[in-house]
Design a protein around this ligand. Structure first.
Ligand SMILES: Nc1ncnc2c1ncn2[C@@H]1O[C@H](COP(=O)(O)OP(=O)(O)O)[C@@H](O)[C@H]1O
Ligand SMILES: [Mg+2]
Length: 257
């Protein structure tokens, strides 16, 4: 694909974020194409989660602007942000299901929050999305009865059930065994292919598997973009920082703060 021809749905313009005296994002310029899978790479502590929180307006920049889906959200108030966040689905490292609620109630949660659908309509949507993630008929199960992989799928169903425009995955496979990771990676691609308009943003520090699923890749380093391009641009890059990241070695030009 050619990201350069795509419509940009998320844009950071010189975004700086400082915690105390620590500058996490340093005039970060970032563009994420609509309807694609964008992978954001960077070593631990590099500001990946902070970046995702700016996309949703959970954090505000010290300076710079964040534009999402045509709106400058930088100065949105809480009420505007609540409405704005309906555009998003999120899947984090811990699927964080509510243990005391059934699969059905877990998946229904965003519908209760964000929509005024009837109980019957919600049930229909839950059944449909559970099928989409490969868990048909599991509505009445409790989270404790599920395998790790199944919990992740339920988390994904919950993230997608209200038909978000943008889905954010923050280290969705970190800490999972390789087979479950592979299954999640495949699901991310499947979900993206099923809904061509859905924009997926995947954060990972495990690039080898993740590169295979991405259309567009951005690597953060020292609060800025070190490289943005296709997975192939990354595989072929001779940039020593990128090469070191690929090799997973401590020795090299990359600074560890
Ligand atoms: N709310 C916060 N308050 C203070 N420091 C924070 C906060 N959130 C993140 N940080 C710091 O910002 C840096 C980047 O964090 P994060 O985006 O979570 O990294 P990662 O790339 O691993 O996701 C870390 O040094 C972290 O400690
Ligand atoms: Mg993180």
């Amino acid at each position: 694909m050619n990201a350069a021809n795509d419509k940009i749905i998320i844009k950071f313009d010189k975004v700086t974020k400082i915690f105390g005296t620590f500058k996490v994002l340093d005039e970060l310029d970032l563009e994420i194409p609509e309807g694609r899978i964008t992978l954001i790479l960077g070593k631990s502590g590099e500001g990946k989660s902070v970046t995702i929180k700016h996309i949703m307006g959970l954090l505000k920049p010290n300076s710079g602007t964040v534009t999402v889906d045509g709106e400058d959200i930088t100065h949105f108030d809480e009420k505007q942000l609540r409405e704005f966040r309906k555009k998003f689905g999120m899947l984090f490292q811990q699927a964080a299901l509510f243990d005391s609620l059934s699969v059905k109630e877990n998946v229904m949660f965003p519908l209760r929050e964000h929509t005024k659908l009837s109980e019957a309509e919600m049930e229909t949507q839950v059944a449909k999305i559970l099928e989409d993630v490969g868990l048909p008929g599991l509505q009445e199960k409790m989270p404790s009865e599920l395998s790790t992989g199944e919990k992740k799928r339920v988390g994904l169903a919950r993230a997608l059930v209200h038909k978000p425009k943008i889905i954010l995955y923050d280290e969705p496979t970190t800490g999972m065994d390789p087979l479950v990771s592979d299954m999640i990676d495949k699901l991310i691609v499947e979900v993206s292919q099923r809904d061509k308009d859905l924009t997926s943003v995947v954060i990972s520090h495990d690039l080898k598997a993740a590169l295979d699923i991405a259309d567009h890749v951005v690597m953060l380093y020292k609060g800025r973009v070190q490289l943005a391009g296709t997975p192939d641009d990354f595989r072929k890059s001779s940039d020593p920082i990128i090469r070191q990241f690929f090799a997973g070695k401590v020795d090299g030009p990359m600074e560890f703060f």
